[in-house]
Design a protein around this ligand. Structure first.
Ligand SMILES: C[S@@+](CC[C@H](N)C(=O)[O-])C[C@H]1O[C@@H](n2cnc3c(N)ncnc32)[C@H](O)[C@@H]1O
Length: 318
């Protein structure tokens, strides 16, 4: 496969490079903004799980760049990620884990008594290819982002976060509806139809009366007396929210011709760090000889890894 093949297969990847965005994800936030007018007139924003930084670029372009020098001083944008990010003018960076209390505290301190008007999160865990596990970790990441939002958002503020439309997603909608008067699911055309990815767009933030600020991922444990927790004992009801799709000309599942004037471009910004670098550092000199384990799924609920490994050893000896 030639180096131009991704440019053919992915129009948003190609456009991102042409327009100077660090990642094709930029179009997802741009399309959300075009649809919901989320960024108009804002000066304070939080970008969670921000690396390599295309959403931060969008925030800077919409919020910071249009202003003159004295007004720019009022702008506060903070980008947080586990990975390092090349600098973006107008955006302060924090390299941290959004599920940690210390990260929430650092973001609160950054605003110095002010509140953010929007919190966005494009967070995604590294895929383990175990679908249900990935979806679970993803929903925990959203709850971490939402927890931070409950501390830093001003009344009336907005929250945008990547979700996976999977079985347990109603749990996330339930949480969002506690804090936002208007919640919907948005599918940008820059997000492939074939992907379970979508975005929640939650507007009109309002802390419910009596809510004790806390990390929502452990609220069940830390505040079992909370009225919301008590109300939901037993099976939580299935919650549905409206679905809004971006109606654009370009289709991210289609292959486009490159055209006569096409010029190949390198990515705008190579990642500064990547999760796999840490693994390479630790395993650099270790020769990993792994043996695949054959797992036979019959109608059992549990597949015992010990059994799978010993079955494999038997078949090796044959
Ligand atoms: C899809 S990328 C974000 C792309 C980004 N919005 C952009 O436009 O360039 C997902 C990011 O989530 C980050 N991430 C995953 N779990 C995280 C966590 N617990 N805390 C902070 N960042 C996290 C990853 O490091 C990764 O950079």
């Amino acid at each position: 496969m030639g180096r131009t093949s991704k440019d053919k297969r992915d129009i948003f990847y190609r456009l991102a490079k042409e327009q100077g965005w660090r990642a094709r994800s930029a179009f997802k936030l741009l399309q959300a903004d075009e649809t919901f007018r989320l960024l108009e007139g804002l000066t304070r924003a939080v970008d969670l799980c921000a690396a390599p930084g295309s959403w931060s670029q969008v925030l800077a372009k919409r919020i910071y760049e249009p202003l003159g020098p004295s007004e720019r001083k009022k702008v506060k944008i903070i980008a947080v990620d586990l990975q390092g990010m090349a600098p973006i003018e107008g955006v302060t960076q924090l390299r941290a884990d959004i599920s940690k209390k210390s990260t929430a505290e650092a973001i609160i301190n950054f605003f110095g008594g002010d509140k953010a008007q929007i919190v966005v999160s494009d967070g995604a865990p590294d895929s383990t290819r175990m679908h249900e596990f990935d979806c679970y970790v993803q929903s925990e990441l959203i709850l971490s982002a939402l927890s931070i939002a409950t501390y830093v958002l001003e009344t009336g503020g907005s929250f945008v976060a990547k979700i996976y439309r999977a079985d347990n997603i109603s749990r996330v909608y339930t949480q969002l509806k506690r804090f936002f008067q208007d919640v919907c699911v948005f599918k940008p055309s820059a997000s492939r139809n074939s992907s379970i990815e979508a975005f929640v767009v939650a507007r009109q933030f309002c802390l419910p009366e009596g809510h004790k600020l806390c990390n929502l991922t452990s609220e069940w444990h830390d505040h079992p007396e909370a009225s919301w927790v008590v109300r939901l004992k037993g099976d939580p009801p299935i919650v549905h929210v409206p679905f809004v799709a971006y109606n654009g000309d370009l289709d991210s599942d289609r292959t486009y011709d490159l055209g006569e004037n096409y010029v190949y471009r390198e990515a705008v910004q190579q990642p500064l760090t990547a999760a796999y670098q840490e693994v390479l550092k630790k395993t650099g000199k270790v020769n990993l000889k792994y043996k695949p384990i054959k797992v036979v799924h019959d109608n059992e609920l549990y597949v015992d890894w010990r059994k799978a490994a010993s079955d494999d050893a038997v078949s090796d000896n044959k």
